[in-house]
Ligand binder design. Structure first.
Ligand SMILES: NC(=O)C1=CN([C@@H]2O[C@H](COP(=O)(O)OP(=O)(O)OC[C@H]3O[C@@H](n4cnc5c(N)ncnc54)[C@H](O)[C@@H]3O)[C@@H](O)[C@H]2O)[C@@H](O)CC1
Ligand SMILES: Nc1ncnc2c1ncn2[C@@H]1O[C@H](COP(=O)(O)OP(=O)(O)O)[C@@H](O)[C@H]1O
Ligand SMILES: [K+]
Length: 464
């Protein structure tokens, strides 16, 4: 489990630490950490170039240049704002023979000290111009310049980092955007940080949480998952969601709806009926994928919301909740509800997602008193209690039709097994991403292949 702290919290912690350590100590700890990683990345190379911005991020780069010079590395620096530069860092850099140049040329590694925690918006044109011409790998100081530290959003030119060295703690950008290989340097903030704002689950967390049957278990005790999905027009969504539930736990899966014949043909182990009203008892429902939005579908959604068990509402269920707010009344507010919108579904529910996906998920979670899993390359799970989990994919192969239906089936089975709904959503997102990676292995895949890789993904997270 990795914690992530927003810039406000980091600054507050830094201020408290800076009040009790000698001036400049934190920056030198940070810069030394950058220099150590730079020396490692240089391997046989001997020439480092610095891109130096107006603030302390530039100061870090200059001090890192100072330490590298002292190790005999040739270091040159471009000062992007010569009238606003970290004076002490520049003086130290010059003192050891660092050169100030107009443009970086013939360097083996670039250190990006353009902007850090105070970054706003994309790279300014002059900085963008220097970055556009780089052909050496880039080591970013704190974060890749041009990416928003708190949202991970990029709205124009930004640095593409091979490695990022950050200080004290991870920030949201490190989980929400591509920062290359992220290294964390301890500068002594730990005692002042307190609980993180966001959490990224690691495979061990997911493996430990994943339901495993014990000697006393049978098919009912592990939680029965109900799937209310699919229609005559979209039977495939039902097959995918039911299959995902079947592959995620060994508990029973019931399917109820118009695609019963197709589900039975593909998954003989599923117990299929034509309607949710005669489906039998379940411990959680998945409702929505391929269901349609007509009156019949509304009745299904209402029945499921009234059932008094946790519900994962996806796809058409979200659209119906957005179009017909009366449907919210069917729900018992004390029973967990997980909404799994993609951006367009989110927009129907709560307006445009915008650049700040974490805030968007948080707002909707609070407004609807539900867990909101906002899907995308970076998936954000927000609980109505303020907890937030983030999970970024390392590839985009999951962006394929039907892949969301698979996610909802996995999530439904974890709800049925009784997992806390925020954890269930985080675990489902993680295993979904892993399954996509394993199935794709570098080439496009249909959602059925992603589905087929669920067992391998679960094996990959489970403790040995
Ligand atoms: N506060 C501390 O104790 C420490 C801070 N450290 C460093 O200090 C950094 C934060 O420094 P600052 O708060 O001085 O600010 P930055 O160095 O992040 O930014 C400086 C200035 O860059 C300009 N800028 C903003 N957005 C830009 C963009 N998109 N393109 C180009 N220029 C832009 C603004 O004028 C801004 O004030 C951290 O990221 C970290 O690298 C480290 O030395 C560790 C200790
Ligand atoms: N660019 C991307 N990179 C990685 N995963 C993605 C990307 N875009 C979408 N996904 C994932 O793919 C799935 C798509 O779900 P959804 O849009 O509901 O598809 P469908 O309705 O066709 O099943 C979600 O799990 C989402 O997180
Ligand atoms: K930077």
């Amino acid at each position: 489990m990795r914690g992530l702290w927003t810039t406000d919290r980091v600054r507050a912690a830094e201020e408290r630490v800076m009040a009790v350590v000698p001036a400049g100590a934190l920056m030198r700890r940070a810069a030394f950490g950058v220099a150590v990683v730079a020396a490692e990345l240089l391997a046989g190379g001997r020439r480092v170039g610095l891109l130096v911005g107006a603030g302390n991020n530039g100061g870090d780069a200059l001090w890192a240049g100072y330490y590298l010079r002292k190790r005999g590395v040739a270091v040159s620096a471009v000062l992007l704002t010569p009238d606003r530069v970290h004076a002490e860092g520049l003086a130290a850099f010059r003192r050891v023979g660092g050169r100030v140049v107009d443009r970086l040329a013939d360097v083996d590694l670039v250190i990006d000290g353009i902007v850090g925690l105070s970054a706003r918006g994309p790279l300014r044109p002059d900085a963008a111009e220097h970055v556009a011409h780089l052909d050496a790998p880039v080591l970013s100081v704190d974060l890749p310049s041009g990416i928003d530290p708190d949202t991970g959003a990029t709205s124009g030119p930004a640095v593409r980092a091979h490695t990022t060295v950050t200080f004290g703690c991870l920030k949201p950008v490190h989980a929400l955007a591509d920062c290359g290989d992220v290294r964390l340097v301890d500068i002594g903030l730990a005692g002042e940080l307190h609980g993180p704002d966001l959490v990224e689950l690691d495979v061990a967390d997911v493996g430990l949480a994943w339901p495993v049957p014990g000697p006393e278990d049978d098919k009912y005790t592990q939680g029965v998952t109900g799937i209310a999905a699919g229609s005559a027009t979209y039977p495939g969504a039902a097959v995918l969601a039911a299959g995902a539930a079947l592959l995620s736990t060994s508990g029973l899966v019931r399917y109820a709806g118009a695609a019963a014949e197709g589900v039975r043909a593909r998954w003989p182990e599923a117990v299929c009926t034509g309607s949710v009203t005669d489906a039998g008892r379940v411990q959680a429902w998945v409702v929505g994928p391929g269901l349609g939005t007509g009156l019949g579908a509304e009745a299904v959604l209402r029945t499921v919301l009234e059932a008094g068990v946790p519900v994962c509402a996806d796809a058409d269920a979200i659209t119906m909740l957005a179009n017909n707010p009366d449907l919210w009344d069917a729900r018992d507010p004390d029973t967990p509800l997980v909404l799994t919108p993609h951006d367009r579904e989110y927009e129907r529910l709560a307006g445009p997602v915008g650049d700040d996906r974490v805030t968007a998920a948080r707002k909707a979670a609070e407004r609807f008193n539900a867990v909101v899993l906002l899907k995308g390359h970076a998936t954000v799970v927000a609980g109505p209690d303020g907890r937030v989990l983030v999970n970024r994919a390392r590839s985009s192969w999951a962006a394929t039709a039907g892949s969301g239906d698979v996610l909802s089936g996995v999530l439904g089975s974890l709800l049925a097994a009784g997992l806390d709904p925020v954890l269930a959503a985080g675990c489902a997102a993680k295993v979904h991403v892993l399954a996509a990676e394993l199935a794709a292995d570098g080439a496009p895949i249909p959602a059925t292949s992603l589905l087929g890789a669920i067992p391998d993904a679960i094996r990959a997270v489970r403790p040995l």
